[in-house]
Write a protein that binds this ligand. Sequence first.
Ligand SMILES: [Zn+2]
Length: 245
Amino acid sequence: MPEGDSLHRAAQRLQVLVGEQVEVETPHPRAAVKGLAERLDGRRLDAVEAVGKNLLLRFEGGLVLRSHLRMNGRWRVEPRGTPRNGKPWLVLRGAEQEGVLWNGAVLELVGARGAPRLGPDILGDPPDFETMSARLRSESPEREIGDALLDQRLVSGIGNLWRAEALWEARVSPWGRLGEAADEDLHTVLEAAHRLMRSALTGPRPPRRVYRRAGRACPRCGGRIRSAPPGDNARTAYWCPECQK
Ligand SMILES: [Zn+2]
């Protein structure tokens, strides 16, 4: 299974294409339907970087292509025109080399210019967790999770109350870095926010566990709930340092 280190190696090999205007093809039918070749063909590839288990390919015009390899995906760099059997997901063809993605798994544009300004609605029915996760992943890995959850470009609809409650449900600290969060943790937080907000919409508001309860006992572990920065304002985080890591 591809891990972070193989992603970093792939990013290194793909550096030979950085700075080139690339021809883009998506021979595999599952990739072709995404309309990527139409939007990327002929653009200059500005950067390739590995972020967690994602490869981010930045193209001129602010288009960012995210590739996540899951179990079987592989990037190769070969001389231009190398004969091949089968249909790769993506071919980025430079003057002398081409980057080839086999078994793409996840391949999508994130944070693209022309994309909707707002992230997917957390109350969507069904909610588009995949796009929300992709947008969170397109942010700096240094960014704090709690901060990112309030960024409406990434996910729309989460406010301070439900941010605090969803992070508590998921046992995730608001101060954790995006780059260090597992995909499952981000998904659990988003899923909790959706579930709590849905139930608040359709019935009695669920009980508050941490929001505006600084100094009181955590209902799960008995730890002392904290808030920061001091005072109650629209961005104050409330969390239990004992059970939210
Ligand atoms: Zn606790």
